[in-house]
Write a protein that binds this ligand. Structure first.
Ligand code: EAX
Length: 320
């Protein structure tokens, strides 16, 4: 067979090899910090693979809430998820340490720990739970919003029905503050606030803006009570079938996603409060964290009793 014919057939064979579609799911809108990450993931993976992989974006809980999407990763019905660490502890209890109130004191410290050996060790733990940890990403420091009253001290939280993520550490923290914590998936939150099923919730500025929570909440209290990591998770059904080169593409795309998400978080840290005030929220910004830290101290003690203090002490003593 002549060279020209061989090349033509090879070209046809290549075209016939259809691109592999990769779904990326997340629970908030496409104009959010996770949406920025999803777009960076898509651009990077499609470019590196020269179109061998095509990425489809599935925002706003279209593939389910975060806990449901993580379950989808385990069975292969979802390929990639950008999620907060909120529900992750239900699958990988080692990550609960990251959800402890007032553990991290700055974005720089949190990013340094998650990008270092501690973060990598926790990513590697995902493999024991039918998940693949591609990279840590970022949700942001969480603040309390509500529709009842300004919150400046723990007593102001007492008696409020506060939606939390499906995270036992956060639920315990709000019990410690005298609130009634109501764990709920993100796609249900806006309606629950609109209907008064819950009085308030807690989220970073990124999510309060992206989910338009200012439309159903008039009080924002800058408690910064916990740093909320996010994570890019892959399904082992997809990732385990990749070649070494293809896996390197996914890892590079995940890093690009994290950088894009963190850039958006940093922007909202600068602009988010003014944006929310312009849309009618009353902001309590002189919150003293010390009384809140004291009120949730039991959470740390209970965590250590249940999970030990090794990883907690490593984080506290890290050079970050
Ligand atoms: O990950 O559920 C939550 O409050 C999370 O912060 C949100 O889904 C983004």
């Amino acid at each position: 067979m002549g060279t020209a014919t061989t090349l033509a057939l090879a070209g046809l064979a290549f075209q016939a090899q259809a691109a592999t579609e990769v779904s990326v799911g997340y629970a908030i809108s496409s104009d959010s910090h996770y949406g920025a990450g999803s777009r960076a993931f898509k651009e990077t993976l499609e470019s590196l693979s020269d179109g061998a992989f095509t990425v489809t974006d599935h925002p706003s809980g279209s593939l389910g809430g975060e806990r449901a999407m993580i379950e989808g990763l385990q069975i292969g019905t979802v390929d990639i998820v950008i999620t907060s660490s909120g529900p992750l502890g239900n699958f990988v209890p080692e990550t609960y340490v990251l959800d402890l109130p007032f553990l991290f004191t700055s974005y720089e410290q949190a990013r340094c720990v998650l990008d270092g050996e501690i973060g990598q060790e926790l990513l590697d733990k995902m493999g024991d739970h039918d998940l693949v940890g591609l990279s840590w990403s970022e949700n942001g420091f969480r603040h309390i919003t509500n529709s009842r009253r300004p919150i400046a001290k723990p007593e102001d939280v007492r008696g409020l029905k506060i939606r939390t993520m499906e995270n036992r550490i956060h639920q315990q923290a709000f019990q410690g503050l005298g609130a009634s914590p109501t764990p709920m998936a993100m796609p249900e939150l806006f309606t629950a606030l609109q209907q008064g099923t819950v009085d308030g919730q807690e989220n970073p500025l990124t999510v309060i803006v992206a989910a338009n929570l200012y439309e159903v909440q008039d009080q924002l209290s800058l408690t910064g009570h916990v740093y909320s990591p996010a994570i890019l998770l892959g399904s082992p059904v997809l990732i385990d079938g990749l070649s070494e080169e293809e896996r390197a593409w996914f890892d590079e795309a995940a890093q690009a996603a994290t950088e894009a998400t963190r850039a958006e978080v940093s922007r909202l840290e600068e602009e988010g409060v003014a944006f929310l005030q312009e849309r009618g929220m009353t902001v309590t910004d002189n919150v003293d964290p010390a009384p809140f830290q004291e009120a949730v101290e039991a959470v740390h003690a209970d965590f250590i009793e249940q999970y030990g203090d090794e990883m907690l002490e490593r984080i506290r003593n890290s050079s970050c």
